[in-house]
Ligand binder design. Sequence first.
Ligand code: FES
Length: 76
Amino acid sequence: MIRIFIDGTEQQASAGERLIDAINRAGLALPQVCYHPQLGPIQTCDTCIVGVSGKLVRACAARPFSPAPESAFAPE
Ligand code: FES
């Protein structure tokens, strides 16, 4: 497990896990119109855009947990 921060709250994530799955497990509200865990990231709606280290990324496609042991994420 890897320690991450979402909106300043420490969470645990598995290596290689999608950011959107960590956000959903944390119970945080984030729109995600085209994402379903069984389908994977379709990346067409852009409703899941979040800020990661100053860059806007799709949470459904981001797997930011390696190689960095810690990262700060803030859904916007
Ligand atoms: S949920 Fe649609 S682009 Fe991420």
